[in-house]
Write a protein that binds this ligand. Structure first.
Ligand SMILES: O=C(O)CCC(=O)C(=O)O
Length: 286
């Protein structure tokens, strides 16, 4: 629980340490909450990620599959919005202001998958921009469950603590790619660097099934190659403050409309301003 082996401060917390979780995410751009989900819930969520992505994955040689509307097709995942230990962390991260469901995803990663390069989820709202720029400019922190557990051998996340601020400088020996979306070694092609091991300040995220991993929208992260033997299953959700009102948003997709209409009354305040996602949408204007 008191993991200080890599960093000189605590970044793993018990679910009751709400203000400590928020403070760590605000100060360092990430936090881990140990044992948030009971094992039965972990198994149900694994079955849901498989239900949605198994067929696609089994009929393809690709290694990684993503559902970017996971909550719209998984009523089980949607029940997390009524799981108080999870929701009180979501509310704390937003200082108890009214919040709205922002975005969700599930990922299925086969053993043998290659690395995912370093990147930030944030991108500028600078025309022409897409839905990701809107959803990742809202101050929402990602709340992820890696349902088999992760480490540097099993396609786990690598992150750079303290990289979540607007004026963070690239690691020593590296420079940013366009729009600061990633970084590359000085003197090399401007392509996202995809080695997790040689970046000053980077560390592996080590977590067990049921642990919640939180990271801020600007925190730089990447993914180790999957050298394990088990398919890596994960799912995540983020909330934004309901006061976030960008100038442009895409028309509500039908799938999002159906999801809102079919949601339990209990979660209505969380979903009534949900926008879904339309990756085909491009901003208008100059
Ligand atoms: O596969 C993962 O764990 C991370 C995925 C990711 O970083 C992303 O989709 O932005």
């Amino acid at each position: 629980m008191n993991n200080t082996s890599i960093l000189p401060y605590r970044y793993e917390f018990h679910q009751d340490e709400l203000s400590e979780i928020r403070a760590c995410n605000e100060q360092h751009g990430f936090a881990i909450v140990k044992n948030l989900l009971p094992p039965g819930m972990v198994e149900m969520l694994k079955a849901e990620v498989r239900r949605i992505l198994d067929d696609q994955a089994k009929s393809s040689n690709e290694a990684t599959f993503v559902s970017i509307q996971f909550i719209e097709v998984s009523p089980v995942f949607a029940t997390l919005m009524t799981f108080e230990p999870f929701m009180r962390i979501a509310r704390e991260l937003h200082n108890h202001e009214p919040i709205t469901l922002n975005r969700t995803a599930a990922i299925y990663k086969k053993p043998g998958a290659g690395p995912m390069g370093w990147h930030t989820d944030w991108s500028p709202v600078k025309h022409p921009f897409g839905a990701d720029a809107i959803l990742n400019n809202s101050g929402a922190s990602s709340m992820w469950f890696y349902l088999n557990g992760i480490d540097a051998m099993r396609g786990g996340l690598a992150i750079i603590p303290d990289s979540h601020t607007e004026n963070w400088e690239a690691p020593e020996g590296f420079t940013f790619t366009v729009n600061r979306s990633s970084f590359h070694k000085l003197g090399t092609q401007p392509r996202a660097h995809d080695n997790m091991e040689d970046v000053p300040g980077a560390m592996p995220v080590v977590a067990d099934p049921g642990d919640l991993i939180i990271f801020a929208e600007r925190t730089y992260h990447g993914v180790y190659p999957h050298r394990g033997s088990m398919t890596r299953l994960s799912c995540g959700m983020s909330f934004r403050k309901s006061s976030y009102k960008p100038e442009q948003v895409w028309p509500l997709p039908e799938s999002a409309q159906r999801f809102i209409e079919s949601s339990a009354d209990e979660v209505e305040p969380l979903v009534e301003q949900y926008w879904g996602i339309n990756r085909g949408w491009i901003s208008s204007g100059d």
